[in-house]
Design a protein around this ligand. Sequence first.
Ligand SMILES: Cc1cc2nc3c(=O)[nH]c(=O)nc-3n(C[C@H](O)[C@H](O)[C@H](O)COP(=O)(O)OP(=O)(O)OC[C@H]3O[C@@H](n4cnc5c(N)ncnc54)[C@H](O)[C@@H]3O)c2cc1C
Length: 384
Amino acid sequence: MDFDETPEQRALRDAVAALGRRYGHGYYVAKAKSGGRTDELWAEAAKLGYLGANIPAEYGGGGGGITELAVVCEELSAAGCPLLMLVVSPAIAATIIARHGTEEQRRTYLPGIADGSMKVAFAITEPEAGSNFHRLRTVAHRDGDDWVLRGNKCFISGLDSADFVLVVARTGDEGRLKPALFLVPTDAPGLSKSKLEMEILATESQWLVYLDDVRVPAAALVGEDPDVGLPALFAGLNPERITIAAMGIGTGRYALGRAAEYARTRAVWGRPIGSHQGVSHPLAHAQIQVELARLMVARAAALYDAGRDLEAGTAANMAKYASADAAALAVDSAIQAMGGNGMTTEYGVATLLGTTRATRIAPVSREMILNYVAQHVLDQPRSY
Ligand SMILES: Cc1cc2nc3c(=O)[nH]c(=O)nc-3n(C[C@H](O)[C@H](O)[C@H](O)COP(=O)(O)OP(=O)(O)OC[C@H]3O[C@@H](n4cnc5c(N)ncnc54)[C@H](O)[C@@H]3O)c2cc1C
């Protein structure tokens, strides 16, 4: 058992942290408030090889695993720049394509994702199918060599900045879920979108997506067999949970760092407020929760990279649960320690309330994780 990162991983962490510091939370907030995108940071991260950290070297990536991509997600978040598209494009889409795509798909998509010139969004959620994806209604039917997709998706992050969207559709009837994944160009005829207004300060918007008989060629189907879509889908969900958990850890670190600095210097009764245990203990408690969650993220990533998918699934769920709670606690505790300044834009902590709160719901809610652990770890009857 080795709790140390390799020298390469430490170097990656330091380098990503340095890049994040050059941009910082002020940059992120200004972009989010103006409806802008973090294109400069994205391009620089791509150039330095961070976006493709988990993509095989033969397709233009860094040849690392989810461990390395999680480091990138954590460190940019720790600098106050939580880039959600890292989770969607390199973690979900690239993993699915690398593991289950055809050779032609790997050559077509992976180099672009790695060098930042291509983004792929991910669309599974539907108005009638959130936690219960067995109720997916988006259908794909064959028409000659083509596939024709029809249905609606919601909460699709970053669709406006994506070149393709990886759509999960059913090819079977309603009784039996046979999901298949399709790489659909976001400008395909029949695909339209409308913005879902959210109370989250973030640089990625959420979108409703309408697929109105969208025709794609056979080569848009991920892999060659529409009947093996389920393993392909699951291949992307664990990296999604691990990297979103890593972002939560980074955000927690950022918030606690801000609050600790504030508590060391702010004096209300003639000495720093951090000398009052009523201020320092909640921060210390949150710090412990963040560190515990961080261990679980590292373990989940290590299991995933070792190909131990079943164990990685449980660990990824636990890591995501622990990280979401720890990040929400860290942000809330930081705000409390900073008093009124905790709620100002200038001090840059309350700006994270929406994103951290949302990670207790998405991409999988804490209740569904508790269901999973109760059923699969504690061997309880399925409750739903
Ligand atoms: C910021 C953000 C970004 C997102 N990005 C994407 C994206 O890019 N692509 C995408 O496809 N989706 C995305 N989503 C959607 C997200 O995955 C869903 O919101 C999530 O899966 C929950 O589904 P739901 O919102 O339909 O909630 P519901 O399924 O309606 O659940 C509502 C509540 O009931 C609880 N609940 C439901 N079933 C049970 C049960 N059996 N037992 C106990 N409790 C239960 C849930 O835990 C939840 O608290 C995003 C969501 C958000 C908020």
